[in-house]
Design a binder for this molecule. Structure first.
Ligand SMILES: Cc1ncc(COP(=O)(O)O)c(C=O)c1O
Length: 457
């Protein structure tokens, strides 16, 4: 087709653009990463960066951990994919492990968070057709992020997403996060489920209020609505417990997992009780769902993270990071720090987060990789294996980045760091001991997941 027009004149091809052959979906810095180990990334020029993004909370065990490399290479030599029409051993073993650890009865595997969230909505609609007279509407929340397929854009609460690629799939209503009255007001006879992130990551690490979550659980039970917990970002140890809903003392009806469960490879899961196991053959599937290569990695990751000493390490590092961030808030006149476990945020007094992210990356000789999901907010989601020394280095680098990125806002005199951090990266951390077994899974809600007292306990 002859198409002389460019849809986006802002990004006309530029011969010097590193990503000129890629369809433009975001603005990337010119940095090209070539290697990663533990908490550290290395770019093509050999510069090292302490990584507090970890593939967007994906590399739960850090970059290229031996346990994943071993699982991948052993499985790659054995069986890649017999097709989802057949069982394979890693898929069955991972499903069994998740059932043992979660209290759910059934698992379906996909490759992305959006895919399993859609599967959760399909499970809910099937339930609605069979048991609730055709009810099909899913209530989700302002600010929510559930993925980028068309239906998950409808489910998400990002401003403008309800019409960006119109016509959008219908059947999603919006309530206000932490406002039970707003949920009650949007319930209709067509409502079948409520879908929630227990920590809204993209919206700015907003924590669900424990009282709100308990009321939501009671309300959904009373009104025969399913409660779907999107634990794509919060699950698999990120918040200091294997699943974030453990911190809140509730059991959802459906849970979705992605990101951390694959430790960096595309793996996702939706979990449900037996009474929701309602798909007919062919209703749900996918070429890569439950393939042995990804499932073998998932099994290695879950068997590592579910160890109580591993989760205790996550909580210790979370406490250390939260304490350090609180000091930084005071030293630099910031607004607040908040978070749950190793999913944390720093709220800045102005819209300088993108500048801080850039300044952090450009620190020399060692850079820092940060994320700014909102113009005034930095999100930190380090590897769950980050060491004590690496947390201290990250805090030092962050102080330098804030000084450089926030421009005129000078830190108070109590700031101990007066020049750009010159520490060299320590040897990649081996992380806490890994192993198998998981006999001592924590029972009931936790007293502390490294969260601030205001919200998640
Ligand atoms: C809570 C939540 N749900 C769903 C998704 C979508 O996951 P994916 O990008 O794997 O489709 C994300 C991604 O950031 C997420 O944070």
């Amino acid at each position: 087709m002859n198409a002389p027009l460019t849809l986006n004149p802002m990004v006309a091809p530029d011969a010097t653009d590193t990503g000129r052959d890629l369809i433009t979906v975001t603005t990337r810095p010119p940095t090209v990463f070539v290697e990663g180990h533990g908490s550290w990334l290395t770019d093509e020029a050999g510069k090292q960066y302490l990584d507090l993004v970890q593939g967007w909370a994906v590399n739960s065990l850090g970059h290229s951990p031996a346990v994943i490399a071993d699982a991948l290479s052993a499985q790659a030599r054995r069986l890649l994919n017999p097709s989802p029409a057949f069982h394979n051993r890693p898929m069955l073993d991972l499903a069994r492990r998740l059932v043992e650890l979660s209290g759910f009865d059934r698992v379906w595997f996909g490759s992305s968070g959006a895919e399993v969230n859609e599967a959760a909505v399909k499970l809910a609609r099937r339930f609605g057709r069979r048991h609730r007279g055709g009810a099909h509407e899913v209530i989700s929340f302002d600010g929510a992020f559930h993925g980028r397929t068309l239906a998950m854009m409808s489910a998400s609460g990002k401003p403008g997403w309800d019409s960006l690629f119109a016509p959008m799939p219908a059947g999603f209503a919006k309530a206000r996060y932490n406002d039970i009255g707003s949920v009650e007001r949007v319930i209709t006879p067509q409502s079948v489920a409520v879908m929630i992130e227990l920590v809204q990551g993209e919206a700015g690490v907003n924590l669900a209020d424990p009282g709100f979550v308990r009321e939501l659980r009671a309300l959904t039970t009373e009104r025969q609505l399913l409660l779907i917990a999107d634990e794509v970002q919060t699950g698999i140890g990120r918040c200091g417990r294997l699943f974030a809903h453990e911190l809140l003392g509730i059991q959802p009806d459906v849970m979705t997992l992605a990101k951390g469960i694959g430790g960096g490879v595309p793996l996702a899961a939706v979990l449900c009780p037996e009474w929701l196991n309602g798909f007919e053959p062919g209703d749900q599937g996918g070429t890569y769902g439950g393939n042995p290569l990804m499932a073998a990695v998932g099994l290695a990751v879950v068997n590592t993270v579910c160890q109580e000493d591993f989760l205790a390490h996550v909580r210790q590092r979370a406490d250390q990071l939260a304490r350090g961030l609180n000091s930084i808030v005071r030293e630099h006149g910031l607004v607040a720090e908040r978070g749950a476990g190793l999913l944390r945020a720093l709220v800045l007094p102005g819209d300088t987060a993108p500048a801080v992210v850039e300044a952090a990356r450009e620190l020399s000789p060692v850079g820092l990789v940060l994320n700014a999901p909102r113009p005034h907010l930095l999100r930190l989601m380090p590897a769950l294996t980050i060491s004590e020394d690496e947390v201290d280095q990250a805090l030092d680098l962050l102080r330098s980045a804030l000084r450089a990125g926030m421009g005129s806002r000078e830190p108070s005199s109590s700031c101990p760091q007066t020049s750009a951090c010159t520490r060299r990266p320590a040897a990649p951390s081996a992380g806490p001991r890994s192993g198998h077994g998981c006999a001592d899974r924590p029972a009931g809600p936790a007293a502390s997941g490294g969260a601030t007292a205001r919200c998640l306990p």
